[in-house]
Design a protein around this ligand. Structure first.
Ligand code: GTP
Ligand code: SPV
Ligand code: MN
Length: 577
């Protein structure tokens, strides 16, 4: 018996399914599961002519986003989870989970989903096995990972895989828990069928568990997109960017260059997660561990993200969007004309009072369908990184872009970044919180140690990338976004590449170097000078008001925050006067 078979055997004794099905990932299997889900109402067929082989899933209305308050790091010591994670001892976690899992699959089928995170055959890819009772999860995992036979082939008789146990339970938030055991590299999730709670390869494995592996093995697992930018000389650069959930990663990764005619071309390597490691050439290299996109639907349109629109024209699973009388999905921001006779995301006739689509409605689609996918997407070695970007949603304060002074200052800017909360997690929306590296909900260990790991990585990589910070979301007094965003975000990227090459003008400010107005390529962009001033401005008084919150955040870690970062804060306060 292999370790995988033993894991399945033991889990079956615990969850007591009526049937066990090992997923092979084939088209026949996928078609069979979809037919079954159409039969039991889990899926609704969309207009076959408009969107071939595409489906709508309506999740339970209480199960529409990640639930961070029900997500736990279960390490032996509380200190290893740190003050930013919910902690349970493994013993208490097991005691809590056992009644939720025992017999949970009676009358159900237990699906065994072997999957690979990372390109097949890559020395950097890793195998997971998710056990689930949700056919919807299986269909999503087939898109989001390299799933089925290919994964079992890669695993062979090895015992090196991350076991995950998932049951939708009764979908009640009272009996929901997403548990991670970093010491045994195990994931248990019960009571939710949604996204990051249930597709265990994504946030649970590729970020929370992988971040602990990365700490131990000298690499990094990050909430980052990977973008390829070709410049007129033909030179190709790769850039990663970490923004919190629903803050623009998918959109930046798929941006359509407004300067394509001048030879600036953008391609997509990844839109949510990057695994980075030092390469033999002294640079930092990245792979996208995922095979698909689980993207935010609202706001996606032919104006904002044509590449996404052209990706989701077929073979797509939509979750919690609205649908018109012809079986064509609709969402806020798709176009200005909501069709008549629309059914909202909960399956009721849309009353036009509430949202037609849930703000965290999503598309699941294979990366291979994306017109802008990079030829390097499946490259087992990944791509070398020229620049790292951090950013968030700040209606005030943060300028469009700034460059940090060096690696330690960049790590400080990332570790202290703030962002307004979004609908990607349950809870209040629009509240500023500190979200270090956009990893607050995804770091599998004490974030003070994680900051230390970041600092250490700067020494393991001979020429570490420059670190920048961006904010596409600054608003004017009327509450309108000042910067046009989307495709125009190429312009700050070009300034960054200039800076990496030792070119490009900048003004030194207390927080870092901001472009001079003349140093941004604004060719073809009609933007009032006053708006440009506003979006590039750094207000020392506003930043001064920000630092006590940063100090308070650091204080949570009981003196564990690495000294170089505390020194950076002292220096920032000095520069602010
Ligand atoms: P997750 O998948 O949750 O990690 O989100 P993400 O970081 O990939 O965010 P995404 O690109 O899906 O964008 C989230 C929302 O922000 C969407 O409604 C977008 O339309 C909007 N958005 C993205 N980029 C910009 C931008 O440059 N300007 C403005 N104003 N909105 C943007
Ligand atoms: C996020 O919330 O950052 C997502 C969606 O990418 S989920 O898969 O639910 O985590
Ligand atoms: Mn994300």
């Amino acid at each position: 018996m292999t370790e995988a078979e033993r894991f399945v055997d033991e889990t079956a004794k615990w969850l007591m399914p009526d049937r066990i099905h090992w997923c092979d990932g084939s088209e026949e299997e996928d078609a069979r599961l979809k037919a079954q889900m159409l039969g039991d109402g889990t899926l609704i067929k969309l207009n076959e002519k408009e969107l071939p082989n595409s489906y709508l899933h309506r999740s339970d209305p209480s199960d529409v986003a990640r639930t961070e308050h029900l997500t736990f790091i279960c390490s032996e010591k509380k200190e290893d989870a740190g003050p930013t994670n919910n902690w349970l001892s493994p013993k208490d976690a097991k005691a809590k989970a056992d009644p939720l899992f025992r017999g949970a699959m009676k009358g159900r089928t237990m699906y065994v989903v072997p999957y690979v995170m990372g390109p097949l055959g890559s020395p950097f890819s890793k195998v997971g096995i998710e056990i689930t009772d949700s056919a919807y999860v299986v269909a999503n995992m087939r898109i989001m990972t390299r799933m089925g036979k290919a994964a079992l082939d890669q695993l062979g008789s090895s015992d090196d895989f991350v076991p995950g146990v998932h049951s939708i339970g009764d979908l009640s938030p009272e009996r929901r828990a997403i548990m991670h055991f970093p010491e045994t590299k195990t994931i248990w999730s019960v009571g939710s069928g949604y996204g990051g709670n249930a597709l265990l390869g994504k946030k649970c494995f590729a970020l929370r568990i992988a971040s602990t592996m990365a700490r131990d093995q000298g690499w990094m697992a990050e909430h980052m997109l990977i973008l390829e930018l070709t410049v007129p000389s033909g030179e190709v650069h790769y850039i990663t960017a970490a923004f919190p959930s629903a803050c623009g990663k998918t959109n930046l990764a798929m941006l359509v260059s407004p300067l394509e005619k001048q030879g600036y071309k953008v391609r997509t390597v990844g839109d949510d997660i990057a695994w980075l490691r030092p390469g033999p050439d002294g640079r930092l290299w990245a792979v996208n561990p995922e095979a698909g996109f689980f993207g935010v639907v609202p706001g996606t349109s032919y104006d904002t993200n044509p590449n996404a629109m052209n990706t989701i024209t077929h073979d797509t699973i939509f979750t919690n969007v609205a649908v018109d009388g012809n079986g064509v999905p609709w969402w806020e921001g798709k176009d200005k004309n909501p069709p008549a006779g629309m059914i909202d995301w909960m399956g009721k006739p849309w009353d036009k009072m509430g949202k037609a689509a849930h703000p965290n409605s999503r598309f699941t689609v294979a990366a291979a369908q994306c017109p802008s996918i990079s030829p390097k997407f499946n490259d087992p070695m990944g791509v070398p990184i020229s620049a790292i970007i951090f950013g968030g949603r700040r209606s005030r304060l943060a300028p469009l872009v700034f460059e940090t002074r060096d690696w330690a200052h960049g790590v400080f800017a990332a570790a202290t970044m703030g962002s307004e909360t979004t609908a990607a997690a349950t809870g209040a929306v629009g509240v500023v919180r500190r979200d270090p590296m956009a990893m607050l909900p995804f770091c599998g260990y004490n974030m003070a140690d994680y900051f230390g790991h970041w600092l250490k990585m700067g020494t393991l990589v001979k020429s570490p990338p420059k670190i920048f910070h961006v904010n596409w979301f600054r608003q004017n007094d009327a509450g309108k976004f000042i910067w046009p965003g989307f495709g125009e975000n190429l312009r700050p990227l070009l300034w960054m590449l200039d800076r990496v090459a030792g070119k490009g003008d900048a003004v030194e400010t207390a927080i870092g170097a901001v472009p001079t107005k003349g140093s941004l390529n604004l060719d073809g962009l009609d933007m009032p000078a006053a708006d440009l001033d506003a979006v590039l401005s750094v207000d020392n008084a506003d930043w001064k008001a920000e630092t006590p919150g940063i100090r308070e955040f650091f204080a949570k870690f009981d003196g564990k925050v690495p000294k170089p970062l505390v020194a950076e804060l002292d220096n920032l306060e000095k520069r602010l006067g």
